[in-house]
Design a protein around this ligand. Structure first.
Ligand code: TRP
Length: 450
């Protein structure tokens, strides 16, 4: 056992662990999804609710997944199997793998849009666009057939390439350069956005809550977004936790990952809403919000095309550090549990995820593909973010809170320091009762049980 642990890869430092896990967490969820969900769900009240979920459920659950991962040093499927052999507790592990696959299928489509914007801005097609022009360009591009498929394929191929090569070295090294770069660029954009004439109503919209705007559905959306953005509920953080050294503090790592991810999302909102109001773009415009607002901002900046290219490039790479964590979780399962080769698993599952993403790519105008009134892409997003991930998180919390032995859980949580026994008790209580109850109630509320 000791030997096996020593032979397995680990992050080189705690900073490396934080940045790698933050690399998984920070991605399209923060910059693309968060602003449009805030816009579609009434603004500041949604933001506040989101923050409450991150603090009370999200960060404790990152910690929970880390505990499961580091204790077993396994992928999610193997971790549950080792801790509760021969029981139905493999289900959260397996459902995580399925959710990861489904998320990857549409994630790559949207990341493909980002890639294409990086290249387009380099070629000057975004220069001087007004908001109407930006909207028309976006609608025309995503409504096409071959272009969205091409960029989806390219992004998936990059993901497969990195995962097939093995990830630890690459992920850790890349994340250390990229994350700070993206962060600085977002700060520059915040400043530009806040200084646009007419931007102030956007700040009020973003920061002054009106709780009457919240419905059961938007509460579920805030919960689902918390899971999606923190890479929770499918075992990504179990996998990444399994690489954390036993000398490192889990609670500090979990807290910092939660903080960084939330900060980037909040800043993204501070870029989008002031600018949307300044340009007269409807904040509830849906999934296109970022792709329409940002080019309009860049058009108003000195060196705008340069910044546009840099921004979309960094965003594409941030999406890449997230998509590899999705594919890696699927691959780790097939490598560890089914004895597949890493390369084979990456190519097969990445290839299948590409195929599974085709309906999502085409559902944006090329073909009329809707499920329950949502485009196919939005429907897969809804199913995974708002149902599968919270369900996975619920089961993981119940497992750690009720099935594992309390001494084992607390010992693993405290190993590496950073937390007093009292804090560990509070965390344990949140995981055992508050998190499962909250998730259960939000589900019940959203399907109209109350
Ligand atoms: N968190 C990433 C984002 O915000 C996406 C992601 C990566 C993810 N791994 C995940 C979402 C696991 C859910 C589960 O873009």
């Amino acid at each position: 056992m000791e030997l096996a642990q020593a032979a397995r890869s680990q992050w080189k430092s705690r900073l490396g662990a934080v940045l790698a896990a933050a690399g998984s967490a920070v991605g399209l969820g923060n910059i693309w999804k968060f602003p449009y969900l805030v816009g579609a769900n009434g603004g500041a009240a949604f933001v506040l609710l989101y923050l409450a979920f991150v603090l009370l459920i999200g960060i404790p659950l990152i910690m929970t997944e880390f505990v499961v991962g580091r204790k077993t040093t396994r992928n999610p499927g193997g971790a549950f199997r080792e801790l509760a052999p021969g029981t139905a507790w493999v289900i959260p592990g397996i459902s995580g793998v399925v959710a990861g696959f489904l998320i990857l299928s549409f994630y790559s489509v949207v990341a493909g849009w980002v890639l294409r914007y990086a290249v387009t801005s380099l070629l000057g097609a975004l220069s001087g666009l007004n908001p109407e022009g930006a909207a028309a360009l976006f609608t025309e591009f995503i409504g096409g057939t071959w272009a969205p498929l091409f960029w989806h394929l390219l992004f998936m191929a990059l993901t497969v390439y990195i995962v097939a090569a093995g990830v630890q070295e690459g992920i850790e090294k890349w994340s250390k350069i990229l994350m700070p770069g993206l962060f600085i660029l977002v700060i520059i954009l915040v400043i530009r956005s806040l200084t646009l004439p007419g931007s102030h109503p956007g700040i009020a919209y973003y920061l002054q809550p009106d709780f009457s705007a919240l419905t059961g559905k938007s509460v579920l959306a805030a919960l689902g977004q918390m899971f999606f953005s923190l890479s929770l509920g499918m075992g990504c953080m179990i996998t990444y936790g399994s690489y954390i050294s036993r000398q490192d503090s889990l609670v500090k790592t979990a807290g910092q990952v939660g903080l960084i991810d939330t900060l980037v999302a909040l800043l993204a909102g501070l870029v989008i809403f002031p600018a949307a109001f300044a340009f007269g773009i409807e904040p509830g415009a849906g999934p296109g919000l970022v792709f329409i607002t940002l080019p309009a901002i860049f058009a108003q900046m000195p060196l705008g095309q340069f910044f546009a290219c840099l921004f979309f490039l960094l965003l594409a790479i941030a999406a890449l550090t997230s998509s590899i964590s999705l594919l890696e979780t699927v691959v780790a399962y097939f490598v560890d549990e089914k004895d597949w080769g890493r390369r084979q698993a990456a190519v097969v599952w990445g290839g299948l995820a590409f195929l599974a993403g085709i309906p999502s790519a085409l559902s944006q105008g090329a073909v009329n593909l809707t499920v329950f009134g949502l485009s196919f892409l939005d429907a897969v997003d809804y199913l995974t973010s708002n149902i599968l991930l919270p369900l996975g998180g619920l089961l993981t919390a119940l497992f750690v809170g009720w099935r594992m032995r309390q001494e084992d859980v607390l010992a693993e949580a405290l190993q590496g320091g950073g937390m007093t026994t009292g804090m560990a008790q509070v965390w344990y209580f949140l995981v055992r009762t508050i998190a499962p109850l909250a998730i259960g109630l939000i589900f019940a509320n959203a399907i109209g049980l109350f």
